[in-house]
Structures are given as C-alpha cells and as structure tokens.
Ligand binder design. Structure first.
Ligand code: PBG
Ligand code: ZN
Length: 327
C-alpha cells in the first residue's frame, strides 16, 4: 500500500465548521488589558504620534473615556503616568498629585470593582534623566531606586489599584515592593512583574507618549540584551522567589520563544506586552493597504497566545471590541 497519501492534514482544514472545531487557540477579551496614558498638565487630550486611537488625557478625561470603554467591554486597564515634574529623586512618582493616583482614586470611586486597575511602577516618567532608576554619579543606583519604587507601589495600592506592574528592571524590585505592600497591609494587591523586558527599539512610540526617553545613554544596563534567551529563566526564578503573581515578557512578537520557555518552565500565568511599536507597525501596514487590520491583529494576538501567554496587554483591545473582531 502507498502510505504517502494515507494521512491528509487538509481533511481537518476542509471548511470553517471543521476548522473552528479543531482550532487549538482562541482569543478572549477577558484575557486582554488596555493601556492608558494619564497626564498631569493635560488641558486637552493629546493624540500619541504613531498610535492612532491612543491618547494622553487628564485624570478627568480619562474617567470619561473609561466609562465609554467599559460599555464596550473593556474591564481591565493598565495606567501610565506622565508629568513634567521631573527630578533626580523622582519624588513626583509617589506625590499625592501623581496623575495615576488621582485617576485611580476617581476610577475606583466611580466604578468600584467592575473595573480591574493595574498601574505601571517605574521612575522614567519622573526622573529628570528619563532613566528608570535614580542616578548617583554616572550610574543608576539600583538599591536606592528600590526604596522609591516601593514607596510608589504603596501609594498606588492606597489609591486602590488591583495590581502594580514594576517595569524598571532593577534587581530586587519585586521583593522590595512585596515587602513594602505587605508591611502596609496590602497583602491582596498583586504584582504583575515585567520579568523579561528587553532593551527594544519597539518602545519608540511609547516614549513619545510618556515623555520618558532617556536624556543620555540607553537602557541597556538594566533592560535585557535581546541576544539572550536563557537569562529570561533567571529573571523569572528571581521574580517568583520574590513574590511575583504573574510574570510578563515584553515586547511580545519578537520574543515568542521567551514566552514559550517561561510558559513551559514556570507554573504561573504568563503575560505578554504587545508594545507600542508593534501596534504602530500594524496600523501602518493596514493604512498603506498591505493587509487588513483585523487579520493582522488576530494573527499577532493568536501567535502570542499560541506561544503560551494567557494575558495580553494590547493597544488593539478597543478596536477589537468596537469592530467585534472576536465574534
Ligand atoms: C517604562 C515602560 C516602557 C514601556 C512600558 N513601561 C518604555 C521603556 O522602557 O522605555 C513600553 C511600552 C510600549 O512600548 O508600549 N519603563
Ligand atoms: Zn521606565
């Protein structure tokens, strides 16, 4: 007998009803988080260059946008603060008028626990250097940065966030934040750690949004080197030992091997950040008519899910729900 044509994989691709039955991956908005930028001196919404549909807003404008987004079905958000009060010690990161704190208090009051609120913990929007840690002499002072990050995290918990998400990549930050939260009584506040955050060129549009570009040098002494794969496991081990609830890989699309490794080598949920430059790339391809935006978005988010991520932070979420791309 000729076995070469005995197995025919195309039988399972024959029509949509079969394909839907055998699909191994599906997407759900319940696993997606929409990022938002909240500014301090923000009289009018500022459209982020290169990111159509994404704005930087005042706390009050944000509250209105989120009310509309909740109706669409966006129930999970990540907040990033932007301020021009920048200083060597990043004091505005934990000041009472930090726009993320102001926004969080208002959101929690208005929407209660219908809205899941997470907030970025990092110093780059608050240091005059634009670096993610405080600087002593010519170098980042890792351990001095931990105290500031922990202080910021406790203020966020007080304001009512569900999760804090440290993105600074200082060594020991998850442990410092966990200890500070617990000492202040916030044992229920979760930590979504940016565990494997690479020094990527795909953050370009974000830095315009957050006004957080480094004023000198780059982030390569703290963000990971993209030549390294196994190092992500070291970071994951540390973050889990220090108390992380969820670990994240960032960016997502060029790092699917890292997502797959961590999904296989750990037992916690894996998040992936579909970052600003990845969003811009899709928008540009679609705008130039090289592909349909829906198809690009679903292919990208499915790939991230297929690699092993169960949670995705993505700027596409609003379009997905508005255009009903998942149904
Ligand atoms: C700040 C931070 C960055 C992003 C998330 N948190 C930028 C950076 O590290 O320079 C990038 C997010 C995106 O590009 O969408 N530490
Ligand atoms: Zn930062």
């Amino acid at each position: 007998m000729d076995y070469s044509q005995f197995r025919r994989p195309r039988r399972l691709r024959r029509n949509p009803i079969i394909r839907a039955m055998v699909a191994q991956t599906s997407l759900s908005a319940d696993r997606m988080i929409q990022p938002y930028f909240v500014g301090q001196n923000q009289p009018a919404p500022f459209p982020i260059p290169g990111m159509p549909g994404i704005l930087r807003e005042s706390p009050d404008q944000l509250r209105r946008s989120i009310a509309a987004d909740l109706k669409l079905g966006i129930k999970r958000i990540m907040l990033f603060g932007v301020t021009d009060h920048k200083s060597p010690g990043a004091e505005s990161s934990y000041a009472d008028d930090n726009p993320v704190l102001v926004a969080t208090r208002a959101l929690r009051k208005e929407f209660g626990f219908d809205l899941f609120i997470s907030a970025d913990v990092c110093l780059c929007a608050y240091t005059d250097s634009g670096h993610c840690g405080v600087i002593r002499g010519t170098e980042i002072d890792n351990d001095a940065s931990l105290a500031v990050l922990a202080r910021m995290a406790v203020k966020l918990a007080e304001a009512g966030v569900d999760w804090v998400a440290p993105s600074d990549m200082m060594d020991g930050r998850v442990g410092a934040i966990r200890q500070a939260l617990d000492a202040a009584g916030f044992t229920g506040t979760g930590i979504l750690a940016y565990t494997a955050k690479y020094a990527s060129s795909y953050y370009g549009p974000f830095r315009g949004a957050a006004e957080s570009a480094p004023q000198h040098g780059d982030r390569k002494s703290y963000q990971m080197d993209w030549r390294n794969r196994r190092e992500a496991r070291v970071e994951a081990q540390l973050d889990l030992d220090e108390g992380a609830d969820v670990i994240m890989v960032k960016p997502a699309l060029s790092y699917l091997d890292i997502i797959a490794d961590l999904a296989e080598s750990t037992d916690v949920p894996i998040a992936a950040y579909n970052v600003s430059g990845e969003y811009t790339a899709v928008k540009l391809l679609a705008k130039e008519g090289f592909a349909a935006e829906r198809d690009l978005v679903l292919e990208n988010l499915t790939a991230i899910t297929r690699a092993g991520a169960s949670i995705i932070l993505t700027y596409h979420l609003r379009d997905i729900l508005r255009e009903k791309w998942l149904s």
